[in-house]
Write a protein that binds this ligand. Sequence first.
Ligand code: NDP
Length: 294
Amino acid sequence: MELLDGRIASQAIQQQLAEAWRSQPDLFNRPPHLACVLVGHHPPSETYVASKIKACTAIGFQSSLLRFPETVTQAQLLDTLHQLNADEDVDGILVQLPLPKHIDEQAIIEAIHPDKDVDGFHPVNMGRLANGLPGFVPATPYGILLLLGHYQISTRGMHAVVIGRSHIVGTPVSLLLSRNREPGNCTVTLCHSQTRNLSQFTREADLIVAAIGKPGFLKGDMVKQGAIVVDVGINRIPDAGKKSGFRLVGDVDFASVAPRCAYITPVPGGVGPMTIAALLKNTYEAARLHRQRS
Ligand code: NDP
């Protein structure tokens, strides 16, 4: 069993990005700029945004954090996004989800200009992905592909089973893995809460992507010997032994699954850091295209 170490792969990508923008001073007369919008004080969101900003700083990207109270109105957020869309100094925009219940998340996502939508959630970018056209791919699915690519794992001809069909993870992962390119070229089965006999599918899988949101859901007896397992889950479970009072676990029961795998991602340190690397890659690409247009 080999660990797919997202920290190592993410560092390598971040290093490449730092060199890439700095080595093109004509194109990048100023660093790529990511604007992050954060609403309220949801602890995981605070952590995610802080990591994204820290990663930007580490590779010399500019970042801005626009914070709003939980009581912000939808109109205020839309107004902010219109300003960011028009701001020539901003290359990428990220609105950290989830948003408070009184805000229509989809309306906010659709207010981001597709050319600055580095999270890849805008229907234009989702449509481009579905049609195999260039566009911004959501960061977590993109990060999974980058991780497989970093470890030079060829997925051609594999049966991939994706568990979870969310718009931010499961559905785009299933599209990406079925595309006619590497990593890709898989035969994909997309499972969800209504799937009957889930383990019948997972036991057949060469590659399993678990994006369910249930701690330790995938057990060893659901996985065939020699499979590749990518654990997307980030679940906080109480742990009195930790200063924070919790620890992070994935959707995969690592202890029983890992011994059966050819490769497996750890949690933390697997898909999480790759999500950041993919976001930075999208930001770099948004900046490159933006500078070429202007
Ligand atoms: P969602 O809650 O949006 O989707 C969960 C999916 O799992 C749904 O499609 C649901 O099916 C399916 N599901 C639930 N129960 C079962 C079951 N018993 N059997 C089969 N399928 C089931 O979650 P997300 O996709 O947003 O996130 C999934 C996990 O990934 C979470 O732990 C989240 O924290 C983590 N995550 C990690 C990221 C990272 O950077 N590493 C980024 C984003 C998410 P149905 O559609 O039928 O309800």
